[in-house]
Design a protein around this ligand. Sequence first.
Ligand code: C5P
Length: 405
Amino acid sequence: MTVLTGRRVLLAVSGGIAAYKAADLTSKLVQAGVRLDVLLTAGAEQFLRPLTFEALTRRPVHTNLWEPWTEDSAGHVSLAADIDALIVAPATANVIARLALGLSDDLLGAVNLSTVAPLIIVPAMEHHMFHHPATQGHLGTLRERGATIVGPEQGRLASGAMGDGRMAAIESIVGALRQVLGRQATGPLAGRHIVVSAGGTQEPIDPVRGITNRSSGRMGYAIAQAAIDRGARVTLIAAPGERRPPFGADVVRITTAADLHAAVEAAVDDAAVLVMAAAVADFRPVGTAPAKIKKDRDDTVLNVALEPTTDILATIDRPGLLKVGFAAETERLVEHATGKLRRKGLGLIVANDAVQTIGAETSTATLIDRDGLAEELPTMTKEELAVRVLDRVEAILRSADEAGR
Ligand code: C5P
């Protein structure tokens, strides 16, 4: 179950060459449990047949503004009323202009004017068409009205030229949908600011070497995504790594534990929750060599003196801030994690086996709260664990809200 499960979405495909990618998007959304309807503009029908999407969604595909109204369906009015979000992907320059102007002489135009559902526009076109002041003006108008614009990306275009205009990656479009649907959530995280750290810090020894760990960042990124799904405003403070950040997160890139400390200090000002999922270096080299350290002889021994870093979680202290920590342990899990929870003043700690969990896809965790209650969870993916952690975070926020009333 995610924020996508069972949600009603209309995907409108317009007539650009990127339309072929809409079939893949359709498949991904259907697999994620979205109840997806597809609308093809006349231009899209030049590239693809309705059957492609009928086979993928097992639902009728909409192409015609003049389709007869029946007892069950009032055409574009029903289509518009029956959705949680409208995605236009790809959105051509012509369709963007028509949506901005509110033209309604085709089915997409009529649905656009009739729906109160949020709009996600995924532009895809030739570089100069995208940068033309007319297109930029129309996108500005749509943005001002609350639409989410995803992409375009830079790269090779259908013409063979390089430029701006490639349709955004499927992950970004699905991410934008998650953010839009998350804004409809009403739980305790909705509208609140949550700061999440992720990945392994790097402490330089010299300009090319450093001390780091095997953290993949997956846990922190999963928490950030799960918080967006619940309508939170998310700051993701990310250590180096290739992982694509969730759509809609404010990303702050850091390298060292000291960078991370400064970034957390700056971000938590108006935050309700801080989740420290990052694997922070406990020690750093006392100094960084200004040039690459040379190996002069085969028997050279290099001694690197290390000093402790600041414990960020223990140091950050703001009244009302709910702090959540992770404890990777190799022995006496609950006892050690409970000690950390008390020492660092946490509201919740996620304890797991250090060797099993670091860099892995799954985690076997125990959640321990301030009352010492330990909830042992079965092995699950880090995305599933993120949901369980945020369930507990929301429960703690809810009881704090009730106590404050
Ligand atoms: O004490 P230990 O490092 O095991 O605690 C782990 C928790 O503390 C994690 O949530 C980690 O992100 C955080 N931490 C921190 N600053 C450090 C070291 C760890 O905030 N210097």
